[in-house]
Design a protein around this ligand. Structure first.
Ligand code: NDP
Length: 500
């Protein structure tokens, strides 16, 4: 049986039932087609096969959703007590957890990621974000303020910022959605979620589960569509008060500029070109194996991917040897297959983009020590690209400076530790960084000097709902997760009461 036919046999009955249902948008309690009747196609990136057609929300749909979300903001949701909001968010988390297998399968089909990774990483982080934020509603409180005017009682109220437009990418669809939904719900906001055109399906499952969990209709609205149409209509709509965006630097800048025209609150998470530094005094085996995982996990389509590996000169060859051996261990295949550890890239465009960077590396005479090719044979119809290790990459090379968003590691060496931090900080990005050393003073000094929103020491790609996540420099502003995560969904009102 060829890959196209064999994949369908791996789907559970529940996943097949979900796929049979029409793929509409959710506005309020209603699943509906687009006003225009338009749809778009979503494809399996591992085979290129059409999965299904999905309603394409246009500007009139966005307008309807904004009105419904505003009504819910002032209506049912506003009347939920903090305790009731906590219960609803927890029920939502429980239902997502109970549907882990369904989400794993559907997301694997739509995104190409291995289903097992989705279950243990994406769903776990989504549920974690909801449960962490479910604790906030009963703790959001204002202050009483000691003003100088006599006989005045002045206090503050922390109120929801309003209707939130959440625009998320395709690399961690459910997880990125929940990183925005969870604090927004906890703050009492209502939400219009636009999933990426490549991966709309798990957002539709989220919509079904939100209603089942008792979150009032209109609090979460799901509007699939393209960035240029649906996304832009969300950014431009005056009734949507905040945009929470994760995606590319280019689109992030456009959203910041367009949002400014309406004085919208905007938060942006925009990717990185993250330096992972291995000093000679570290656990070299662990550092090198983790470095390989940090770039090859989800085919390198991860904003925090450790895409630049800076290795102290005297251990460089040994680290390169281990990284190449780790790269060779990846089992490429369809995400629904249990033995797959690396799936395809998300799209033909992304495959061309990654291939283009390898061509650029070749033209700059960069050494390709492993990989660097598209996959043939059974995988030829999908967007598969082999794990790739580039060695002795010069700082000025494009592959050392630009975000590739593919399974491509740029290895560099250093001997001058004084120059190291300057080299590590030399890109426009500032999302994440790694440091491997047993010297605690060196670890803290380097962590303080790196321009990055997250620094991992002797580990990499650790995430937790309690830990704020976001970028420095062109990696964006605002934080997801942690106590900082909810702040951007709240605004402060001061109330003056004259009792004189
Ligand atoms: P985009 O930034 O284009 O897409 C992210 C989200 O924004 C999608 O939902 C997209 O819609 C939407 N969008 C696109 N244009 C607009 C617009 N004008 N107004 C409002 N919303 C818009 O990322 P790509 O998917 O094109 O990926 C390109 C590159 O971006 C990657 O190669 C990678 O370098 C980087 N990236 C970074 C991510 C991160 O985690 N920081 C995640 C994904 C990509 P649509 O569904 O139509 O694309």
């Amino acid at each position: 049986m060829n890959i196209h036919k064999s994949i369908k046999t791996l789907l559970s009955d529940k996943a097949r039932d979900f796929l049979k249902r029409p793929k509409q948008m959710l506005i309020g309690a209603e699943w509906r087609d687009a006003d225009s009747g338009e749809t778009f196609d979503t494809f399996d990136p591992a085979t290129g096969d059409l999965i299904c057609k999905v309603a394409h929300a246009g500007s009139s749909d966005v307008d309807r959703a904004a009105k419904v979300a505003q009504a819910a903001l002032e209506g049912d949701w506003a009347r939920y007590t903090p305790a009731a909001r906590e219960v609803a968010i927890r029920s939502f988390a429980d239902l997502i957890e109970a549907n882990t297998d369904l989400i794993g399968q559907i997301e694997a089909l739509d995104s190409g990621k291995p289903a097992e990774h989705i279950k243990f990483v994406d769903v776990a982080l989504s549920v974690g974000a909801l449960r962490y934020n479910a604790g906030f509603p009963s703790k959001i409180q204002g202050d009483t303020l000691p003003v100088t005017a006599p006989d005045m009682h002045v206090y503050t109220r922390r109120e929801p910022i309003g209707v939130v437009g959440a625009i998320v990418p395709w690399n961690f669809p459910i997880c990125q959605a929940c990183f925005k939904l969870a604090p927004a719900l906890a703050a009492g906001c209502t939400i219009i979620l636009k999933p990426a055109e490549q991966t709309p399906l798990s957002a539709l499952i989220l919509g079904e589960l939100a209603l089942e969990a008792g979150i009032p209709p209109g609090v979460i609205n799901i509007l699939p569509g393209y960035g240029q149409t649906t996304g832009q209509a969300i950014v431009d709509h005056p009734g949507i008060h905040k945009i929470a965006f994760t995606g590319s630097e280019t689109v992030g800048k456009q959203i910041a500029a367009r949002g400014a025209a309406h004085l919208k609150h905007v938060s942006l998470e925009l990717g990185g070109k993250n330096p992972n530094i291995i000093f000679a005094d570290s656990d070299i085996e662990a550092a090198a194996a983790t470095a390989a995982m940090s770039i090859f996990f989800y085919s390198g389509q991860v904003c925090t991917a450790g895409s630049r590996l800076l290795v102290e000169e005297k251990i460089y060859d040994r680290v390169a040897e281990i990284v190449v051996a780790e790269a060779a261990k990846f089992q490429m295949g369809h995400g629904l297959r249990a033995d797959t550890t690396m799936g395809p890239l998300i799209s033909a465009d992304q495959l061309d983009r990654v291939s283009g960077y390898i061509d650029a590396a070749r033209s700059e005479a960069v050494e390709i020590s492993y990989g660097g090719t598209r996959c043939e044979g059974e995988l030829a119809d999908g967007h598969f690209f082999t794990p790739t290790v580039l060695t002795h990459v010069p700082d000025e090379s494009r592959v050392a400076r630009e975000e590739i968003f593919g399974p491509v590691l740029a290895m560099q060496s250093f001997s001058d530790t004084d120059e190291l931090v300057k080299r590590a900080n030399c890109t426009g990005f500032g999302l994440a960084a790694g440091i491997w050393t047993h010297d605690i003073r060196k670890a803290h000094r380097t962590a303080a000097a790196l321009q990055a929103g997250t620094v991992w020491v002797n580990t990499y790609n650790q995430f937790d709902a309690a830990v704020p996540f976001g970028g420095y420099k062109n990696s964006g502003y605002g934080r997801d997760n942690g106590m900082a995560g909810i702040e951007k969904y709240l605004q402060t009102k001061a109330v003056w009461v004259n009792y004189g």
